[in-house]
Design a protein around this ligand. Structure first.
Ligand code: PLP
Length: 433
């Protein structure tokens, strides 16, 4: 029963350093957020000890009376958070992550080597939506299924729905996936449904990034038009790291969808559910059901818009010139700076961002931009005025990177990074002492 600090000071020390990093820095990674203390308590609970393969009231292990109660509660809250309690939707709350949720959904909807279409990775799509390169099929979604990416219209950098319609007419996918990791605008689910219907395809929305905003009614509602909706629980939704799969119980295609999805999660893709995580999801969903959640989501979007417009007012270029959601995609190519350089430099000054492909990049491996998200800073009660300060910090970081690059090429930047890293390690060492 001894505490962690006593049993394992090494791990405790790493946790302390990470706590300080998260507390003292500016967290601008669009896929991250800061969970509540209550959610973390549930996630770190004794529920981690329990095996419960199967579903509530149909388990392969004894002793699951409380775990059954928990999973049913979590399902109820998931449907409630997305205003689906009185509808024909059901949900599986067991996926370990967004990637596993997506692969389970593909397993349920498709036969091996069936065709799917998803937004291309360089255009903002996710690896699990069928991504492959000319050299390699490196994701399970492209190894076990055939896939064809759709993309953005170069002039507007918005989804090119008409090109998707023409591609789908020829390719005849069995599944169209919408949703993205880096797309700053909302989705036209009605048009996507029409394209899916023209080809007898399923429509699945992966709302991993925007689910907190969808729950608040601040983005278009995918449940009106899709057969299946997947999400992670740890991005705008502010939960622990996991996934959810919602499935429609009605319609021509959906008679056995519930069973296929549940069977695909377990036993096809996973073993026992992580009950501590399900407890954390339930608590996060309770928070997303409160009236205050709408104000949070609205503030996330207002902050992203302000951050975007502040960068534009300093002369920088954003993909689609702005945002409708929690993220902005900053195109660094006009500056002659790569995303990875700015990411490294920002790390040194306590601003956490990530390099990201921007529309027109030759390869997703050398991204020409940066993705910024406002979910975590909004969880720290930051407002539009704070975003102006953040934009100014970012501006100063870019100016520094440009000076370093101009004066002595990337060598000096490397040296700067090396020296600053030593300083940072020194600081950490000093803190420990
Ligand atoms: N789907 C989308 C759109 C994502 O952006 C991500 C992760 O960033 C995932 C799925 C995968 O989620 P996880 O990292 O939990 O597997």
């Amino acid at each position: 029963y001894a505490p962690l600090a006593e049993i394992d000071p090494e791990v405790q020390n790493i946790i302390d350093k990470e706590t300080w990093r998260q507390f003292s820095g500016l967290e601008l990674i669009a896929s991250e957020n800061l969970t509540s203390r209550a959610t973390m308590e549930a996630n770190g609970s004794i529920l981690t000890n329990k095996y419960s393969e199967g579903l509530p009231a149909a388990r392969y292990y004894g002793g699951n009376e409380y775990v059954d109660e928990l999973e049913v509660l979590c399902q109820k809250r998931a449907l409630q958070a997305f205003r689906l309690e009185s509808s024909e939707w059901g949900v599986n709350v067991q996926p370990y992550s967004g990637s596993t949720a997506n692969f389970a959904a593909l397993t349920a909807l498709l036969q091996p080597q069936d065709r799917l279409m998803g937004l291309g990775l360089p255009d903002g799509g996710h690896l699990t939506h069928g991504y492959y390169t000319a050299k390699k099929k490196m994701t399970a979604s492209s190894i076990y299924f055939q896939s064809l990416p759709y993309g953005l219209e170069p002039a507007t950098q918005l989804i090119n729905y008409e090109a998707l319609r023409s591609q789908a007419k020829i390719y005849k996918p069995r599944l169209i996936i919408c949703g993205a990791s880096a797309y700053p605008r909302d989705w036209d689910y009605k048009t996507l449904r029409a394209i899916a219907d023209e080809n007898g395809a399923y429509l699945m929305a992966d709302i991993a990034h925007i689910s907190g905003l969808v729950a608040a009614g601040e983005q278009a509602n995918p449940f009106e038009y899709c057969d299946v909706v997947t999400t992670t629980t740890h991005k705008t939704l502010r939960g622990p790291r996991a996934g959810l799969i919602f499935f429609k119980r009605t319609g021509d295609n959906a008679k056995d969808l519930e069973k296929r999805i549940n069977d695909a999660v377990f036993p096809a893709c996973q073993g026992g559910p992580h009950n501590n995580t399900i407890a954390g999801i339930a608590t996060a969903l309770l928070q997303a059901c409160q009236p205050t959640w709408k104000a949070y989501a609205q503030q996330v979007i207002a902050n992203a818009r302000t951050l975007g417009s502040e960068l534009v007012s300093r002369g920088y270029k954003l993909q689609t010139s702005g945002t409708d959601n929690h993220l902005v995609l900053w195109d660094l190519r006009p500056l002659g700076l790569t995303g990875s350089k700015l990411e490294k430099l920002c790390d040194l000054v306590g601003i956490t961002i990530n390099k990201n492909a921007v529309s027109g990049d030759a390869s997703a491996q050398v991204p020409g931009g940066i993705r910024l998200g406002t979910s975590a800073l909004t969880s720290r009660d930051m407002l539009e005025a704070d975003m102006k300060v953040v934009a100014d910090f970012l501006h100063r970081a870019v100016q520094l990177a440009l000076v370093l690059q101009k004066e002595a090429g990337s060598k000096l930047l490397k040296e700067f990074v090396r020296v600053a890293t030593i300083q940072e390690e020194g600081k950490q060492g000093a803190k420990q002492v």
